[in-house]
Design a protein around this ligand. Sequence first.
Ligand code: IPM
Ligand code: MN
Length: 327
Amino acid sequence: MAHRVGIVGGDGIGPEVIAEGLKVIKAAGVELDLVDYDLGGTRFLADGTVLPDETLEEWKSLDAIYLGAVGTPGVPPGVIERGLLLKMRFELDLYVNQRPFVSAELGVDMTVIRENTEGTYAGEGGILRKGTPHEVATQGSVNTRMGVERCIRHAFELAATTQRKHLTLCHKTNVLNFSGDLWQRTFDEVAVDFPSVNTAYNHVDAACIYFVQAPEQYDVIVTDNLFGDILTDLGGAVSGGIGFAASANLNPSRTGPSMFEPVHGSAPDIAGTGVANPTAAIISGAMMLNHLGETDAAARVTAAAQKFGSTEGGTVAIGDAIAAAVS
Ligand code: IPM
Ligand code: MN
């Protein structure tokens, strides 16, 4: 039976790169039953819709969601981020954000496992006495034992399957003495269940130096939501550019669909010019195939994307070159 996949092309270059991803998936011989959703900044500006609860309910019966990019100039900051992307992550319990960075040329082959439902993204806090000289803003970091453990456990499970079997915890335990303590203790306790995995710890600021100067030392990295957000933009930058950075927002318990999207944004400045690199979207599509059990097609798409992702000629030419290589 064909997998039922929700498509959110979104804004800017989103629909352009998703079209190439779908072209490649088809060429790889996998049949998808697609359901289109018109959501994102453009839709919000047209009629105020962000993510209706009915749509979210409908999504719970899908096998996966494939998203291009959302965001349009003119939409106030936070509306689409919190109302669409974070709502998806929280409501569908997409608690792992898995972001691989691979470049044989640059000697990088690492995967960041970013906690995706807690930390400073949870929305704890508020503003008091707004607009007065005594205004107070707090933005708490929420870290639950359950949330931290399930993310760390996923990272260990992944590290146990890699060639190097190495996992680094990135945090800031020297300053964040409460959340860092919970992360470090949980990491050490889960490690006991994975004797084949070698472990390391880096403070996140030091990790930024190593990402640039010695990225080859990393295999799998596990970190909290905000550190993971920042580290994965850096990961993209040191492994060929953000045009190659793919991601999977996973619900590893499979109580609902997982969501697959490139790390890059909607890039309104180049939308419609045909120059956006669709490789990140195509590799995200391969991660989706893998999650759907289409492991053979996923491996072929990933290999072809790594080989032909720098083809000259723009969005469609790159998509065509990768599609030709997988068919
Ligand atoms: C990402 C993005 C999102 C994040 C934004 C758009 C909410 O930067 O997926 O990395 O901060 O997680
Ligand atoms: Mn980000």
